[in-house]
Design a protein around this ligand. Structure first.
Ligand SMILES: C[S@@+](CC[C@H](N)C(=O)[O-])C[C@H]1O[C@@H](n2cnc3c(N)ncnc32)[C@H](O)[C@@H]1O
Length: 412
C-alpha cells in the first residue's frame, strides 16, 4: 500500500470527522515525499483540507518548518489570530530537530479539547534509504512514542497502513497536559535516542548556524529539503566575518540570498537569475543581476565581480552548470570555494529528464574526471575536447569534496 492509499483509508475510516467544520491548521508539504509511482502528496494535502473543511472556511497551510522550527516559532502569535480547534500534520515531524518541543508548540496553539492529527513514517519505512531522494529524516515514530509524548489518555485513534510504513494518530488536547520528553527512534542510528544524544552525533553536528538561518528564510538547501547547509558551513565558516563577494547563480524567492546576507555580515551577495521578479530581493548588500546563464557572454561578465565563493543553484542543466564552472572557476582567488548543487540532474534521467541542454557530457562525469586528476596527481591525457579544461581545473584544486547531491571544490 502506498501513501495515497493510506490517505484513502484514513478518509474512509472517518477519523477526521471530529475536525469537520472546525478551524484547522494544516501543516506539511506533500512534495517532500515523492512516491515511487510518481504519486505526490500535495494532492492528498489538498484533499485533506477539502475533506476536513468541506463546510468550513479556508484552511491555513504552513510547512511544519515554518511553524515549529525553533528559530521560527517567534512569529507564530502574530501570524495566528486565534487558537485552532484542530491541527493536521501531513508531513515533517520526522525532520524536526526536537519533535517533543515541536508537538508542545502545536499544543500551545490548539484549543483545549481540540484534536491533533499526525501522519508519520514508522521505523519500517525505508523507501528514502533505498532511493536517491535528497530528503533527510531524523526520526521515525510509533504509536508508543506518541503515547509517551502526548499521554496515553489523549490518543483517541491510532491507525497503521497494512505494511506498517506509515501511521496516523488522532490525539485530543486534554487541559493541563503538555508534551513529555522521551527517547525517540533515530532514523540515522536505528536506535532509540534522546534528542540531545542525536544532536551531539555526526561530524557536522556543530555546524548548525547556517542551517538555522537557511530554515528561517526557507531556502531549499535547509535540512527539511536538501540538507546541504551543515556541510557548507564546514567549508564557509572561515569567511564568516570577512569582507568578500559571494556569487550565487539562481535566486528564486531570495531564500538563500537572505541567508548568505545574514550569515556573512560583511559580505556583498551578488545573485543572478533570469527572472525579472527577482529584482525585489535586492537591498544594501544583495546585488541582483538579471541574466540568462545559458549565454556565454553573460557568464563571462560575472568574472568582474571577483567572487571568493561561488554557488551554482540555477537551472541545473548540464550545459549551464559546465559553462559556469569552466568560465568562473578560474576567477576564484586562492582559497576560494566553488559549490555545484543538485548533481542528481546528471544522474537520474527518470526524475530529471531533458537536463542536458544539448551537452553530451553530464556534470557528474566531468566532476568525476576532475576528481580523478586531483586524486591521481596526473593530468588527463587527450580523452576528448574537455581534457585540457578538466586537467586545468584539477591542477588548481586543493580539495574536491562530494556530498549527497552537491559538491565543493576549493581553489589552490
Ligand atoms: C533552485 S532556484 C534557486 C534557489 C535559491 N538559490 C535558494 O536556495 O533559495 C533556481 C533559480 O534559477 C533560475 N534560472 C533558471 N534558469 C535560469 C537561467 N537560464 N539563467 C538564470 N537563472 C535561471 C530560476 O529562475 C530559479 O529562480
Amino acid at each position: 500500500m502506498n501513501l495515497s492509499t493510506f490517505y484513502k483509508q484514513i478518509m474512509d475510516s472517518g477519523i477526521l470527522c471530529p475536525l469537520q467544520d472546525k478551524r484547522v491548521l494544516i501543516i506539511g508539504d506533500g512534495h517532500q515525499v515523492c512516491m515511487p509511482d510518481g504519486m505526490n502528496l500535495v494532492t492528498e494535502e489538498i484533499h485533506m483540507g477539502q475533506y476536513v473543511l468541506a463546510n468550513g472556511g479556508v484552511p491555513d497551510i504552513y510547512e511544519l518548518s515554518t511553524v515549529v522550527n525553533e528559530s521560527r516559532f517567534a512569529p507564530i502569535p502574530t501570524m495566528l489570530t486565534g487558537k485552532y480547534q484542530g491541527i493536521i500534520v501531513v508531513s515533517g515531524l520526522e525532520k524536526e530537530e526536537n519533535p517533543v518541543v515541536s508537538l508542545q508548540m502545536l499544543l500551545d496553539i490548539l484549543d483545549a479539547g481540540g484534536f491533533l492529527f499526525c501522519v508519520t513514517r514508522t521505523p519500517k519505512f525505508n523507501y528514502i534509504r533505498n532511493s536517491l531522494s535528497e530528503y533527510e529524516d531524523l526520526w521515525r515514530f510509533t504509536a508508543e512514542e506518541f503515547k509517551q509524548i502526548l499521554g496515553e489518555e489523549s490518543i483517541k485513534v491510532f491507525i497503521e497502513e497494512p505494511a506498517g510504513h506509515y501511521m496516523a494518530i488522532m490525539a485530543e488536547h486534554i487541559v493541563g497536559c503538555s508534551a513529555v520528553d522521551c527517547p525517540l527512534f533515530s532514523y540515522r542510528t536505528e536506535t532509540r535516542l534522546s534528542v540531545d544524544d542525536l544532536r551531539t552525533k555526526g561530524f557536522f553536528a556543530d555546524c548548525r548556524e547556517l542551517d538555522k538561518i537557511g530554515s528561517t528564510f526557507n531556502t531549499d538547501k535547509n535540512r527539511f529539503y536538501h540538507n546541504y547547509l551543515p556541510k557548507y558551513e564546514f567549508f564557509l565558516a572561515p569567511f564568516r566575518h570577512k569582507n568578500f563577494n559571494l556569487l550565487e547563480l539562481g535566486i528564486f524567492k531570495g531564500g538563500s540570498a537572505k541567508m548568505w546576507e545574514k550569515y556573512f555580515p560583511n559580505a556583498q551577495i551578488h545573485c543572478v537569475d533570469i527572472d525579472e521578479n527577482c529584482k525585489s530581493v535586492a537591498d544594501d548588500r544583495i546585488i541582483v543581476h538579471i541574466r540568462d546563464l545559458g549565454i556565454k557572454e553573460n557568464v563571462e561578465q560575472l568574472r568582474s565581480i571577483k567572487p571568493s565563493v561561488i554557488v551554482d543553484d540555477a537551472s541545473h542543466m548540464w550545459s549551464h552548470q559546465l559553462l559556469a564552472l569552466f568560465t568562473l572557476y578560474e576567477c576564484l582567488p586562492s582559497g576560494g570555494v566553488y559549490i555545484l548543487e543538485d548533481l542528481e540532474t546528471s544522474l537520474n534521467e527518470r526524475l530529471y529528464p531533458g537536463m542536458d541542454g544539448g551537452c553530451r557530457h553530464n556534470v557528474y562525469d566531468v566532476l568525476s574526471r576532475i576528481a580523478k586528476v586531483v586524486g591521481s596527481k596526473e593530468l588527463e591525457t587527450d580523452v576528448d575536447e574537455l581534457s585540457a579544461t578538466i586537467s586545468n581545473i584539477g591542477l588548481k584544486t586543493e580539495m574536491f569534496s562530494l556530498m549527497k547531491g552537491s559538491c565543493v571544490l576549493i581553489r589552490k
